[in-house]
Write a protein of this length. Sequence first.
Length: 308
Amino acid sequence: MRADSFIFTASDGEEIFVYRWSPAGTCRGIVQIAHGMAEHAGRYDDFAKALTDAGYRVYANDHRGHGRTAGTQERLGHFADRSGWDRTMEDMHELTVRIRQENTSQQTLFLLGHSMGSFLARYYAQSYGDELAGLILSGTGISKGPVSSVGLSIAKLQGWVRGKKTRSKLLDRLSFGKFNHSFMPIRTSFDWLSRDEEEVDKYIRDPLCGQIATSQFFRDLITGVKVLDRPQHLQRIPSTLPIYLFSGAKDPVGEEGKGVHKVAKLLKDAGVKEVEIRLYEDGRHEMLNELNKEEVYHDVLTWLERHQ
């Protein structure tokens, strides 16, 4: 395996940092990864190694306001002053274009999105799904309806009164404050991420993880997620695009599996012909960093193999 990185300039001038992992031998396919909120693409190194060992080349960019794309601590947790959600998804597609330029057209390309990245990946599939051989969604969920509407109102009000770049502790508590309730007694504020204490501690120690997002970020996120599951948007996903959803059976983002099944039903109702779900008993939010992550890696690779 060979690992390197590069920066590309997005169409609006933003510099986007990208990790790239390449197999030692022939490349048999591409996996593009969209990471989650308050983390970065460098955390997918172990998973990328498993993919490269199987012959896949892997690309993962740090989203705007995240990781090395953010550039400074001050910019962490803030997509943009306006249209941040749309712009972040377009960054993903502009990376896809770059990937196509670097690789032969015969190689299949899969998109994997985790958590916030899974929402972005679903949005991506509604615009560019015909460019993908398959879509993989990790730790996904569904809009909370009235709760999301309240959060959106708070985000707008805070942005108007205190400024778009104000860190919103209130929205952070409303979004994540209950995620640990099922895991009492808790050791840390992030026990909901994984049963693997070492992985949780690595997340806590990482200066590029766990930041409180801005009011504008929450406005972008809530607005983006709210429109994802509207029938007219879901019907834009190609009916022939195979979709694989996997999650921990105790993941609070996916409502302990209920939200994952709701997403799958919405996709099927919209006409997507192949939708597969895998829930892991006792697993939490980051199945790629769970105690049984080797099993999760194996299952993803098996699915990829079937859809080459």
